[in-house]
Design a binder for this molecule. Structure first.
Ligand code: AMP
Ligand code: MG
Length: 272
């Protein structure tokens, strides 16, 4: 590996490169040892907690994390496992469902921009504006002449956020249809998980190849230096968590944040 290269760099999509998801294994574990990796991930998560405190105290930057995937790939599990320990005061989760009537009466970025993170905080998008070039494209919810312009809108929008201090990183949780089937079966068999299953999920499953083509286009056109996409092999959960935690720690470390210096001399303060 070249200096400054990390094990996760090969999962980062280069802008404009041809993406063939079928050539990327969904169960890759990077040849890492599971036990040692899990211990390392625990430490990385502790570091995320510290860095988020620092981000909150400094109040200059914010972080937007986008999670996209086919159903049952583990978006909720990433939020719980990697970000569960973060101070809830500085963490927001925004989940995007099919747009409401009022949302549809606006442009598609309206509901997105309004919940972008404020300075000092992290927001995780569980689904995102990318649905507007994924499900919308696959199901022809708007005509092609409209969705085809959205990749450029999205790049411009993400550039605006970055220019104004919101750093962005995007993860596509990559699974196979066989894995999804196993997850669906588990949901159906467990009374505590049945609520997670929506029979309509099978409509999206039937369109698997079309969704993969739409993902490939979005990953290729919208992975930029300022807002990269990572394709995360998601079937080995411990590897998935490790990859995501590693990217987040390195990104936060690169911001070179500092605790604010008090504008008084703490040693001069006497409290009776
Ligand atoms: P889930 O995340 O499984 O609860 O499902 C949310 C559903 O909302 C998914 O089927 C998404 O495809 C759908 N959805 C999210 N955003 C949009 C959008 N902009 N247009 C249409 N459907 C959407
Ligand atoms: Mg669903």
């Amino acid at each position: 590996m070249a200096p400054n290269m990390s094990f996760y760099d090969r999962f980062r999509i280069r802008h404009g490169s041809a993406v063939d998801l079928s050539a990327i294994p969904t169960d890759d574990d990077g040849n890492l040892d599971q036990k040692a990796t899990q211990e390392a991930t625990t430490k990385l998560i502790e570091r995320i907690v510290e860095l988020q405190e620092l981000m909150y105290a400094e109040g200059k930057h914010s972080l937007l994390i986008v999670l996209q995937a086919m159903d049952a790939a583990g978006k909720d599990s990433v939020i719980r496992n990697v970000f569960g320990p973060v101070n809830a005061q500085g963490l927001n989760i925004a989940s995007f469902k099919a747009p409401s009537a009022i949302e549809l009466a606006h442009d598609y970025l309206w509901r997105i921009h309004s919940v972008a993170p404020r300075k000092g905080t992290i927001t995780i998008f569980n689904r995102s504006h990318y649905e507007d070039v994924l499900v919308v494209r696959v199901k022809s919810l708007v005509p092609e002449h409209r969705w085809s312009k959205r990749y450029e809108h999205i790049n411009q929008f993400e550039q605006l956020l970055e220019d104004e201090g919101t750093h962005i990183v995007k993860f596509y949780l990559h699974i196979s249809p066989e894995y999804q089937k196993r997850q669906f079966m588990q949901r159906l068999e467990d009374p505590k998980k049945q609520w997670k299953f929506n029979p309509k999920d099978l409509d999206d499953r039937a369109l698997w190849p079309e969704f993969q083509r739409a993902y490939e286009a979005a990953l290729s056109k919208c992975s930029t230096d300022y807002s990269p996409w990572y394709v995360v092999p998601a079937e080995k959960k411990w590897f998935r968590n490790h990859l995501i935690a590693s990217v987040i720690v390195d990104l936060l470390e690169s911001l070179d944040m500092r605790y604010p210096k008090p504008d008084f001399d703490p040693s001069s303060i006497h409290i009776d």
